[in-house]
Design a protein around this ligand. Structure first.
Ligand code: LLP
Length: 419
């Protein structure tokens, strides 16, 4: 299924012309397709349908309340990693048992909030955190439901910044030490070990690293069983990849088959924390061409979307396809190789480099594809730029689900300097 199709020489989102949204809402503007999220949720659920599993959507990928509402209505829980994400999740209608609270550096306030909201699982990443949580839960007269995040020593994921399953990254506890940490947990009065967790990276296109991770988690689970510790949950994190250039995706059924072996042997429910896989293909970012210029032999299309609006190309060197929303005059068949850049005062401010596009003019509208994940959520106010609007398309209608920031919004938290 592809909700972003060309019809009548124009790119549409479901049954709405993107040019209409670009005109009415302005640019930069993120546009999300409801039916794409719903469809992909169905595909993911059916890949894991044969086993006890539940999806806990990873809020960090796209935290808009409208997106959270869609996955809530589909029956998902959420994975949150901060007080802010927990607040969003609660405001979007998720209850404690629908929430997994993770993160490598949770503050005392965050651990306390996780306890008071009664989240299903608190994912613990260090011995220090386990002891802190024991104290906090004890002070409340409660037992904290814990899953230890195990770092299985597996390298996976597209970019080194998003590889999290090897010892060169800060995440989790070393695989070899994991059984010891569970033994420590058993000795702490206010800790209840309910699960085991691993998240090895993002944008993983092969099932192979998951197999290795599951093998290692299985070894830990076997050792725990020998010590009399039985768990309820196997949380395999997220990371399911979608290739933005050729559209290929990880084989989810292969991952599910590998999970099945472990959940059957240890009688566990699998928790999944997908972010990107569900929402990346559901979004585009609209950009307007401001100027066409040439420096020496190099062509530039200067757009109104900066790296503050969309960091992925400059931060990860991510290759997002860029399409023309409305084709220029059909008889203009010239193709131009150009850098598509933004207005931010840095040479690293680009959406794509060396791209081959039809010859464009000022005012033409572009759509950056696969912008539904890690797009708006990573944007900033650098250069005092107002953050973009977000729109949700549902069939033939659309809603602005976050308005563009105003100039007043930019200064809302500051006082004028004394004169
Ligand atoms: N669970 C945990 C514990 C995570 O750390 C993450 C992502 C996920 C689940 C969801 O992973 P996903 O299914 O989306 O791959 N900003 C980067 C991606 C960072 C991912 C961080 N953790 C990017 O734009 O590529």
């Amino acid at each position: 299924m592809n909700a972003f199709q060309e019809r009548d020489g124009e790119l549409w989102c479901e049954a709405v012309r993107l040019s209409e949204i670009g005109e009415a809402v302005g640019t930069p503007c993120y546009v999300y397709s409801r039916s794409t999220i719903e469809h992909r949720y169905g595909v993911l659920s059916s890949a894991f349908a044969g086993l006890a599993a539940r999806i806990f959507y990873s809020v960090k990928a796209n935290h808009n309340l409208a997106v959270l509402g869609i996955v809530r209505d589909l029956g998902a829980g959420v994975d949150v990693v901060s007080l802010g994400e927990l607040y969003r999740a609660r405001r979007a209608g998720f209850d404690g048992p629908d929430i997994v609270f993770g993160g490598v550096g949770k503050t005392t306030a965050e651990l306390e909030a996780a306890l008071s909201e009664g989240v299903r699982v608190i994912v613990v990443e260090s011995e220090g955190e386990l002891r802190r949580l024991d104290e906090l839960a004890g002070a409340r007269g409660e037992q904290a439901p814990v899953a230890i995040r195990v770092n299985p020593g597996v390298e996976a994921g597209k970019h080194s910044y998003t590889q999290t399953g090897h010892y060169g990254s800060k995440f989790g506890v070393a695989w070899e030490d994991s059984a010891d940490i569970y033994r420590l947990a058993s000795s702490l009065r206010n800790i209840r070990s309910v699960g085991i967790h691993a998240h090895i990276g993002s944008q993983i296109l092969s099932p192979e690293p998951y197999r290795l991770m599951l093998f290692r988690l299985g070894e830990t689970l076997a050792e725990l069983r020998r010590s009399g510790v039985e768990l309820q949950y196997l949380d395999i994190g997220g990371g399911f990849g979608v290739d933005y250039v050729d559209g290929s995706e990880i084989d989810l059924k292969e991952v599910a088959a590998a999970v099945e072996v472990v959940v059957t042997e240890f009688n566990l429910t699998c928790l999944l924390e997908p972010g990107r896989w569900l929402v990346a293909p559901a979004g585009v970012l609209l950009a307007r061409v401001l100027y066409v210029k040439k420096l020496g032999e190099q062509n530039y299309y200067v757009t109104d979307v900066g790296s503050n609006d969309f960091m992925r190309p400059s931060y990860y060197d991510a290759q997002h396809p860029i399409d023309v929303v409305a084709r220029p005059a059909a008889n203009d068949t010239n193709t131009v190789t150009a850098d598509i850049v933004g207005p931010v005062c840095e040479t690293g401010d680009f959406l794509g480099r060396g791209r081959s596009l039809p010859a464009l003019s000022e005012g033409d509208l572009l759509a950056v594809r696969y912008a539904g994940a890690y797009g708006f959520v990573m944007s900033s106010n650098y250069n005092s730029r107002r953050r973009a609007a977000e729109v949700l398309v549902s069939g033939s209608t659309y809603d602005v689900v976050r308005r563009r920031e105003s100039l007043e919004d930019l200064l809302a938290l500051e006082d004028p300097p004394p004169t």
